[in-house]
Ligand binder design. Structure first.
Ligand code: NAD
Length: 370
């Protein structure tokens, strides 16, 4: 019997759009195999999000899907979005489904680890000596800030021109909870936090900085520094080893973590896990990659590494997470590459074959050896 009285871990699988279903198929195979090896009782349920949900339910996140998700211990999501949805109203845009899911699950912190794996040193366009040994964690506030602030919208002015507005808004409690999480996570790492804001220009950032300084008093053993977002964008590709934990708001975190993907060689390498008051959402950082969808070309490693984060954060099984991470490293050490991380096309495999390689490595590693 699990902590909440349930007999098994309920996982909702939301493949989404574009390459989402392809990479999630691989992720599920890894999830089932590692759960079997660690005798984790699993109950998987599939549903739709994004454009796939619009086609099935008429909305990008159906109420029944959100209800199912709320009863789950974890969600594995692929990606949403695509060309057919671009011209549509925001309310039925696939991205609206993702925002509603995060809000509905009350996931206020998105954790995005960026590790440069030794076999991929050459996959980054940056010099190996710059990216070597990078191991940082971006903690992004996920359900506040400019993506959710009101008022928002577009209107025609009396002068006949168009006007559009979004609002960046944060409250003290929204900042406190995510910052507290960042300091707690830093305690388990190198005990350094960089808080990123734009306090030289934005009132919201002034509040952000005040709250960060106040919460820091609870964590005197953790070193705190502040960076403006424009400087941080530069520092990330100039000297990424300086970072341990970066904590920032929704918009800045979205942009900085995509930039950090360059360090890891490809956005197809970056996993994420979102946590808060509800369940746990595991999803790769990348989008639906419409340019390569349906061609077995997407890198599934970000999704596989997101499954590792599910074992760590949703099931509390660090050893299972470590096994998956070790298997990914081992597949890369064997030389297997998807197109996005293959410099010369050598040993280039497709999405499903890369999944097979990782499964094969999982079979070779003894549990506990990860
Ligand atoms: P994207 O991440 O989908 O793609 C950016 C580039 O990276 C493309 O060249 C793509 O081919 C490549 N890429 C992405 N994932 C890859 C993988 N796993 N393996 C190999 N290459 C990969 O970003 P975009 O092009 O800006 O957005 C496409 C759509 O995805 C849009 O509709 C956008 O709104 C949506 N999107 C969704 C999410 C999400 O679901 N979390 C995140 C970002 C973008």
């Amino acid at each position: 019997m699990l902590e909440n009285g349930s007999e098994e871990y309920r996982v909702t699988v939301l493949p989404g759009d574009g390459i989402g279903p392809e990479v999630v198929e691989v992720g599920v195979r890894i999830l089932e195999e590692v759960a079997r090896r660690f005798s984790v009782p699993l109950c998987l349920e599939r549903d739709e999000i994004g454009w796939a949900a619009v086609k099935r339910y008429g909305v990008p996140l159906a109420d029944e899907t959100l209800e199912r998700v709320k009863k789950s211990h974890a969600v594995l999501l692929g990606a949403v979005g695509g060309a057919e949805a671009e011209s549509k109203d925001f309310a039925i845009r696939p991205e609206a489904g993702l925002l509603a899911l995060r809000k509905g699950m009350r996931l206020y912190a998105n954790l995005r680890p960026v590790c440069v794996l030794a076999p991929l040193l050459d996959a980054s366009p940056l010099k190996p000596e710059i990216v070597r040994d990078t191991d940082l964690l971006v903690v992004r506030e996920l359900i506040g800030g400019i993506y959710f602030g009101e008022p928002r919208g577009r209107e025609r002015t009396e002068q006949g021109e168009e006007r559009a507005v979004n609002t960046m808004v944060y409250t003290t409690s929204q900042i406190e909870r995510v910052v507290r999480m960042a300091f707690s996570l830093a305690r388990e790492r190198k005990k350094r936090v960089v808080s990123v804001d734009k306090a030289n220009v934005l009132d919201v950032s002034l509040l952000w900085r005040d709250v960060v300084i106040r919460v820091h008093r609870e964590f005197p053993d953790v070193e705190l520094t502040h960076q403006y977002v424009d400087n941080c964008a530069m520092q990330l590709i100039r000297a990424p080893q300086q970072f341990d934990v970066i904590v920032t708001g929704n918009l800045f975190g979205d942009i900085l973590s995509d930039e950090a993907a360059v360090l890891a060689g490809s956005i197809g390498m970056l996993p994420s896990v979102s946590v808060g008051d509800g369940g746990v959402l595991c999803e790769p950082v990348h989008g639906s990659a419409p340019d390569i969808a349906g061609r077995d070309r997407g890198n599934p490693l970000a999704t596989i590494l997101s499954v590792a984060l599910m074992f760590r954060y949703a099931f509390g099984l660090q050893e299972a997470g470590a096994l998956i991470e070790a298997a990914v490293l081992s597949a890369l050490e064997q030389g297997f590459r998807t197109a996005d991380i293959s410099a010369d096309g050598a040993c280039c495999v497709g999405t499903q074959a890369m999944g097979d390689c990782v499964l094969d490595q999982i079979g070779r590693i003894r549990p506990g050896a990860g």
